[in-house]
Structures are given as C-alpha cells and as structure tokens.
Design a protein around this ligand. Sequence first.
Ligand SMILES: Cc1cc2nc3c(=O)[nH]c(=O)nc-3n(C[C@H](O)[C@H](O)[C@H](O)COP(=O)(O)OP(=O)(O)OC[C@H]3O[C@@H](n4cnc5c(N)ncnc54)[C@H](O)[C@@H]3O)c2cc1C
Length: 538
Amino acid sequence: NNPPGNGDSTTARLRFCLIGFGDSSYLQYNFVAKKLHRRLCLLGANSACPLALANDQDELGPDQAFLPFAETVSALLTDTFSVRCACIGSCLDAPLPPLYRVDAIAAEKSTDSTHTTAANQVVVVVGADGPRLPPPETGYQLARIVANKRVTAEDHFQDTRLITLSPAPTSAESPSPTLWPPFQPGDVLQVLPSNSQSAVSSLLSTLSHLDPETRLRVSQSDPNFPPPPDLPPAGPTLRWLLTNYFDISCVPRRSFFETLRRIAMGIGDEVATTTEEDSSRLDMEIERLGEFVRDVDELAAYCNRPRRTVAETLRDFPLSASRIRLSRLFDLLRPIQPRSFSIASLGQSGCSSLDLLVAVVRYKSKLMSEPRLGLCSNYLASAGPGSVVTVRLQRGTLRVPPVDVPLVLVGPGTGIAPFRGLVQQRHGVVNGQGDEAPGAGSAQTLVFFGCRHPEKDFYFQSDWLEWSRLWPDKFQLATAFSRPTSDSGQQTKCYVQDRIRELGADVAKLLLLGGGAVIVAGSSGAMRARFYQLCRLL
Ligand SMILES: Cc1cc2nc3c(=O)[nH]c(=O)nc-3n(C[C@H](O)[C@H](O)[C@H](O)COP(=O)(O)OP(=O)(O)OC[C@H]3O[C@@H](n4cnc5c(N)ncnc54)[C@H](O)[C@@H]3O)c2cc1C
C-alpha cells in the first residue's frame, strides 16, 4: 500500500520476472498478472524481463509464452547468481510418484444409474454410475433437458440448438427442486459435459490391458494433493472415469507427452518385459515422444494444427499406451472443464426452466479424416429430452445499467443470447416499486444482430418481431445479413459494423445525448475491436 514511487527498501531492491496464465476469450484476460506487474513497477521494483502472458488460445497453448519465459529466467538466474538451472526437459528421467494411489476394490459390474419413482419421475442415483457431480458447496446441481430443438435451417452448415433445462433431484430422497435460483441477464449456466460413448469405446480398446468395469478406490498419496472430491463414493470404474471425468477429446499439451514418455520408459513403475520386436518399436515411440517434448514446432505440427485429441494420440502410441497403469491416468489426463453458456431467458424471480442457445462446434482440420467435435456443444446437442446434465449457475461479467439508461446491444450470432432476457426484463416486466405498467420508466434499447441469412440462422426472430410490435417507441432491432439472397429483403452483404455505421446518428444520440451504454457480447474479437473503433469515430 505504499504510495507510487515510494517503494520501501524491499521492493526497491526487488528484481522480478512475472508470467500470468489466462485465456484471451475472457474479457479481463490475465488481469491479475498485468495488475501485479504494474503495481510492482510502481513500488520501485525492477522487472528483469518483459511481462509474459500465457494464453490458452495460443496455438501452442500456455507453452507458447511459457517456454521462452522459462529460458529467459533460467539465463537470468545463471548470469546473476551463477547457478546452473534445470533447463526444460533436463529432469525428464527423474522418477516421480503417482499423484494418487489407485486400487481395485472389487470386480463389481456397473449397475443401472437411474430408477423411476412412484410419481413416474426419473431419478438419477449419483455416486454409483451416475453423472459426475462435484460437492454441493461448489454450486453444481443436476438439470433435466426439457427440450432440445435445432433453430438453424436443416440445410444450414451450422447446427445451433435452443436447449431448455429444468432443475432435477439428485437422489430419490432429496426433494425435487422446482425452481432455478433467480438469475440476471448476462448470467451463465456452466455445463460439465461427458465424453461420447464412441470416443470412450475407442480409447478403451487402446487401453485393452485395463479392465473397464472394476471399481476403483482413489486415495491420497501426496499430502498436498487430496483425492478429487467429485468421484463416486462407491468408487469409479475406468469406464466411468473415461466417460465423465477425464478430458479425452482435448488436444494434448507438452506435459502429456512428457508423462507418456516416462510411462513408456517405465520410470518409477515396474513394467512387464516386452518381446524384442516390441522393444524396438517401443524405443521408436519413446524417441518420437521425446521429440515432441523438446521441439514445440514438431508438437504443433503433430497435434495443435490438426487438433489431434488425447484419445487419437494414445492410439498412435499403442506400446506406450499399453504401459499405462491406472494410477498413472491421473498424472496423464486432465479433468473435463465446465463450459459456460449465456442464459437466453428471463429469470429475475426464479423460474422452472431456462434456455440456452448452443452453437454446435464441428469443423474439419487438415490431416485428420474425422471432423473435429467440440466436447460440450456436441454433448448437449446429443442429449435428448429427459437427459440429465450437471450444471451450475454463475454470475456473469455483464453489469446491466439501470433501466432508465439507454442501451445499445451488439450481439452477432449466439452472442445475442443474453440480450433476449435483458430486453424482456427492461421492457416486459414491472421494474419499479409501485404498480406501474411493465417497462415503465425504461429507456430505449437498440439491438444490433448479425447472422448469415434471415431464413437460416436468425435466432429468436419471432421474439424480436413481437417486441418491435409491442414496444415500438422503446425497442428497435437492426439486422445485418452477411449471406443474403435476392429474396431475403437485403440485397448486399452486410455486417454488424456496417449497420452500426448506417445508424451512426441514432447510436450517437443514445450514447452521447442520452448518456447511454453499450454492451457487446459474442466471441468475435475482431468484431469487438471494429465496434470500439466505430464508437470512437462516432
Ligand atoms: C461467458 C461465456 C458465455 C458463452 N455463451 C455461449 C452461448 O451462449 N452459446 C454458445 O454456443 N457458446 C457460448 N460460449 C462458448 C462455450 O462456452 C464453449 O466454448 C463452446 O460451446 C465450445 O465448447 P465445446 O466444448 O463444444 O468445444 P471444445 O471442445 O472446447 O472445443 C472448442 C475449441 O475448438 C477450437 N475450434 C472451434 N472451432 C474451430 C474451427 N473452426 N477451427 C479450428 N479450431 C476450432 C477452438 O480452439 C476452441 O477453443 C460462451 C463462453 C463464455 C466464456
């Protein structure tokens, strides 16, 4: 808390190197590292090397910034203190104990994970073979899919789903929650997906030396690492772990190859002897794995650019994979991370269902014959009505201004999702304390929406048209179609930023004269940058 420039003797003598780890798809990417760096400099400390910002979105993931940073720090330490530093990869062959102890507890076969109550309600039994459910204090709960409808035209390349979910009970004894806790526009639902059955079966055949149905006990082996809290108390099976816990569809990182190489070499583990032929093939696999650890360009060419998955990589290294012991799976594979989806419905006072607008991620990559599938969006797309998923309501980063502040909302594609609830809340419900009409006192809202074609991917079209009719003085929708046809009402290609420029006078009036605010939603960083540029021009 020293004032700027008045660093005490400790900070004034401090030379530091700083790296932050973040994901640039989030607005405040690497915020803490940037702030800490600024603060240390203000306090008089000396930054010995430029601030490094590791980014999950970089082609090589965090390694892209981390590896050069580690080299720099290593050189600085050697120069300054004349110490020899362990370079990346130099401690590859030291034995490390497994993160957890994993023992087979019984050769039980899996049991059914659902049963039907007298009220004909399907109840999910968590803890046996049901879905992964982190402890209650994490805020996770189960939800049932009520409806799952494709909202893009069947002949459109993009499959987008409107998915409606209601809360679901976690056991036959627990009371059935009927309402979601209240949520605000911009809040998100985090979904914990599972891997597809085909991906799991394929990986199980690669790991055919392990029994998929044996129940396992995962216990602590290092005092610093308590076992994961979200495994079934009765013990997971390998099939359960590969289905619900480990991310087998992500692109493996350098550490994966490092760990697999150690496993293949039998470092720290007893391994079965191999035939001479297998032994020389195994040596080739180990050599190749070592290349990926040492050479980031090789790694990028093999897995980052083609978006090769963990499961596909293990298939390419069958002899190394055949040496994986159950206890090493936790060293090798990462748990599945939740994905966020903006809630696309109104939930101010609690409601029995909520909507998500989910664009299904599916694309081709060079070298890989199979299409690449986003884990969570495909998981949701394939979950029919009645399916149960693990979710958690989270506060969004959107801070909605009071209703009397004019708003310009910019939401291309699925970026429009949070604005559906927001517009309804501003204009369709009673916002004040008294008994005035819905939307009384609310200022104007101008929404910019961009998509390809009005008949292919115009999300929530009927809602927008209805609201334009209901609240003509307060609500206006401006559309931009980037692939219009002659019969679609718009003749030439138009992007959201073109429409904003066209309606520049209206935007300027709302923002400058009306003291309005702008909210931009969606993942297109380029669109966001162009929009801010436009605002400055206006
Ligand atoms: C706050 C917030 C709100 C969100 N709201 C929504 C929403 O309302 N609706 C919605 O659909 N999504 C939303 N998302 C995105 C969502 O969380 C997921 O990231 C998205 O659904 C993809 O997840 P997945 O598991 O299907 O794909 P993953 O398995 O995570 O794969 C996605 C990765 O695939 C790669 N990829 C994707 N397409 C291509 C391509 N064409 N070429 C090369 N690589 C590619 C990218 O590296 C991307 O990171 C939101 C995200 C955040 C942070």
